[in-house]
Design a protein around this ligand. Structure first.
Ligand code: IPE
Ligand code: IPE
Ligand code: MG
Length: 246
């Protein structure tokens, strides 16, 4: 952790337990340097480790990052293939590091559309870090909120059709058990970099009461210091969840 960061100002008991990040702006970052988009994606991937490593000191127990959306297949074949290759290399390279840092890795999203090699590495990373008790890092890969709710509904419908669940027992407690995020708490804070103020199909159900921070910084320029500042701002917010507070 860089010296001089004012982590004292963050109270881990009131800070966000679960932070989700829409890591956006890699393409524009590369363009500003006259480089291909993939150059930006590589720079973006390198930013992840510092943010993950800063979580324990900041009291962030769950970090969920949006790496590839179900809509990102609409990009050029070159960019999609480059991203898939980056994900394979990234997981392979970082696995040991995650174990060393006691980071438990999970993936959310629709896996069948991903190639066998990548899926194998994802399974391996999850298995290798299963015993880790530090930060819970969830990587959203081929993830879309609508797709997730649709897949969840299919499994739920099957349970109803086969008599394992009664229609009357479908409620706000049972439905999330079918989501990819079933073992995670809801995010308290969602950050999006790059200046876009939209959620692009990220954690639709789970973020119903999340706080949002939309910041102009492009993802490859995002640092642990910026992260720390955003968490400080979170502590000052009054989350009412529909009720009235004094
Ligand atoms: C985010 O950066 C990474 C992915 C969506 C894979 P972008 O690639 O969307 O970067 P911009 O928005 O074009 O700058
Ligand atoms: C959202 O970013 C997805 C990820 C960060 C992985 P996009 O760049 O794909 O979102 P839009 O297209 O600007 O909404
Ligand atoms: Mg983008």
């Amino acid at each position: 952790m860089p010296e001089g960061r004012d982590i004292d100002a963050i109270d881990a008991s009131t800070g966000p337990r679960h932070v989700a990040i829409i890591m956006d702006g890699n393409g524009r970052w590369a363009k500003a340097r006259g480089r291909p988009r993939l150059f930006g994606h590589h720079a973006g991937a390198r930013r992840v480790r510092e943010i993950v490593s800063s979580c324990p000191d900041l009291g962030v127990k769950y970090l969920t990052i949006f790496a590839f959306s179900t809509e990102n297949w609409r990009r050029t074949q070159t960019e999609v293939a480059g991203l898939m290759s980056l994900f394979r290399r990234y997981i392979f390279k970082e696995m040991q590091e995650f174990v060393k840092e006691n980071v438990r890795v999970r993936f959310i999203g629709d896996r069948p559309r991903l190639d066998d090699k990548l899926r194998g590495l994802m399974d391996e990373a999850e298995a290798m870090t299963r015993h880790c008790t530090g930060t819970n890092l969830t990587i959203a890969l081929n993830y879309g909120g609508r797709d997730e709710v649709t897949r969840a509904t299919q499994r739920l419908a099957l349970d109803v059709a086969e008599g394992r669940l009664l229609p009357g027992d479908v409620n706000e407690e049972t439905l999330p058990k079918y989501l990819d995020t079933c073992v995670l708490p809801d995010p308290d804070l969602v950050i999006r970099t790059s200046g876009e103020a939209r959620i692009s199909n990220f954690l639709l159900w789970q973020s119903a009461y999340a706080e949002y921070e939309f910041i102009d910084t492009l993802w490859p320029d995002f640092t642990a210091d910026i992260f720390t500042e955003l968490l400080k701002g979170y502590g000052a917010r009054d989350r009412r969840f529909g009720a009235v507070t004094a």
